[in-house]
Ligand binder design. Structure first.
Ligand code: NI
Length: 175
């Protein structure tokens, strides 16, 4: 297993629409394991393949908080097949938008269809934090970040801070 570098916004690779995975093979399973290790080390509760530079439709979610415990969920080519009319608002963060949080409204419950680690089709009812997290990760597969769902003003402030933090980091590395 290996820790993978996580791309930080703004980065054009985070804006790509990802391609479906044709076959869940050992290379995909290796990426799943590396993504899980990277996510847990960050630490985070979800990670999408484009965040580690692989523009394919794969997400990893693992939650153990707020009374929920999901175990590792590896979802290939996930699709929402049902969503509740009722929304829920969470203060979201993202490993690609470090140290920034904002409230985002999403359907409270979703039913997701996906291929698992063995390439088998599965469906899962998601609610609570799991529902929000799965939808957040699935947005990454469309090149959408949670900051794309907030006001342009707030987004601009966050992006400017991220650019400044990157410049500071590069300056430190150069010293
Ligand atoms: Ni994210």
């Amino acid at each position: 297993m290996a820790l993978l570098p996580i791309l930080i916004a703004p980065d054009p690779r985070l804006k790509l629409v990802c391609t479906p995975v044709a076959r869940v093979d050992d290379a995909v399973r290796q990426l799943m394991d590396d993504m899980r290790e990277t996510m847990l080390a960050a630490p985070g509760i979800g990670l999408a393949a484009p965040q580690v530079g692989h523009p394919i439709r794969l997400i990893v979610v693992e939650i153990e908080r707020e009374g929920q415990k999901t175990g590792p969920l590896f979802m290939v080519n996930p699709e929402i097949v049902e969503a509740s009319d009722e929304d829920v608002i969470y203060d979201e963060g993202c490993l690609s938008v470090p140290e920034h949080y904002a409230e985002v409204a999403r359907p409270a419950k979703v039913r997701v269809r996906y291929l698992d680690r063995d390439g088998e089709t599965r469906e899962l009812e998601c609610e609570g934090l799991l529902s929000t997290c799965v939808q957040h990760e699935m947005d990454h597969l469309e090149g959408i970040l949670f900051i794309d769902k907030i006001s342009a003003l707030k987004r601009g402030i966050i992006l400017r801070k991220l650019i400044k933090a990157r410049k500071d980091r590069e300056r430190e590395e150069a010293d």
